[in-house]
Design a protein around this ligand. Structure first.
Ligand SMILES: C[S@@+](CC[C@H](N)C(=O)[O-])C[C@H]1O[C@@H](n2cnc3c(N)ncnc32)[C@H](O)[C@@H]1O
Length: 249
């Protein structure tokens, strides 16, 4: 049932209609390095300075900064009649690239990959298939071949996946009592985001991550340190219909 307010004024629909404008404003500020610069300078600075440091137009930057103030991603104060901008506490924690809790990698993935693919949502619904071919010129039937179309793209995806666990991993692990399991296999365990929370919550548990060889090699190099000794890796393929590796859990 709709409320009479909703029938009088379609606020929800207007919000849905404009949702992508909000997303793209935050994505753009992240990608251009606005939050990183403001974190680096550690004091409120004018739009002209920000535009010059980030090599953008002044007019465009002023509009972006004011939109970010409206979205509460930035703060502004007047000094000599000129707006000076700084990060909010939330932006410092989640939007600055160097923060341990940064969403930067997930945001840039959404901006550069997910956003582009969602442009073809009508085609995806009509055809019932992913739109990597239209979006990125990759015709593979295997979606992970498209996602991992280059080493650079694979790394971007892995950082994107890892970010999710830095935000909600602890809550997910603590939502269940998993203490009875001393040996855990994480199929498609990727960078070990879940595994790290597992071994830090349960002192006796070992986790074996099974993933594609290239992913395992990158995870070992860039995401899991030697100190995390209770995390092991297994290279292989699952669900391909090919009997390349037997996996017994
Ligand atoms: C959506 S990601 C999820 C990653 C991880 N479970 C997480 O939550 O962060 C799916 C994972 O499955 C892996 N994967 C996809 N197809 C695979 C296959 N045929 N064999 C092994 N791993 C595969 C990918 O490399 C990726 O790490």
């Amino acid at each position: 049932m709709c409320s009479s307010e909703e029938l009088e004024y379609p606020q929800k629909l207007l919000d849905y209609q404009c949702g992508f404008l909000v997303s793209k404003t935050m994505f753009t500020a992240c990608e251009l390095g606005v939050f990183d610069l403001l974190h680096e300078v550690q004091e409120p600075i004018a739009a002209t300075t920000i535009a010059s440091r980030l090599s953008t137009s002044v007019d465009g930057m002023e509009r972006l900064l004011d939109a970010c103030v409206g979205l509460k991603l930035l703060k502004v104060e007047l000094k000599n009649n000129e707006g000076h901008y700084s990060n909010t506490d939330v932006s410092t924690l989640y939007l600055v690239k160097s923060s341990p809790k940064t969403l930067y990698h997930m945001i840039t993935y959404y901006s550069q990959t997910t956003y582009k693919l969602w442009h073809f949502l009508p085609e995806a619904i009509r055809e019932g298939k992913s739109q990597y071919e239209r979006g990125f010129g990759i015709s593979s039937k295997e979606v992970f071949e498209a996602i991992y179309r280059s080493e650079e793209e694979m790394l971007k995806f892995l950082y994107h996946m890892d970010t999710i666990w830095t935000i909600c991993g602890k809550d997910i692990i603590q939502a269940f009592d998993l203490s009875v399991f001393c040996s855990v296999y994480d199929l498609g365990g990727c960078t070990g985001g879940l595994a790290k929370h597992f071994v830090s919550t349960y002192n006796e548990t070992t986790v074996t991550i099974m993933d594609l060889p290239s992913v395992v090699q990158t995870a070992k190099k860039k995401f899991v340190t030697d100190e995390e000794q209770r995390i092991h890796f297994l290279e292989g393929l699952f669900m391909t219909g090919q009997k390349k590796n037997a996996l017994i859990c």
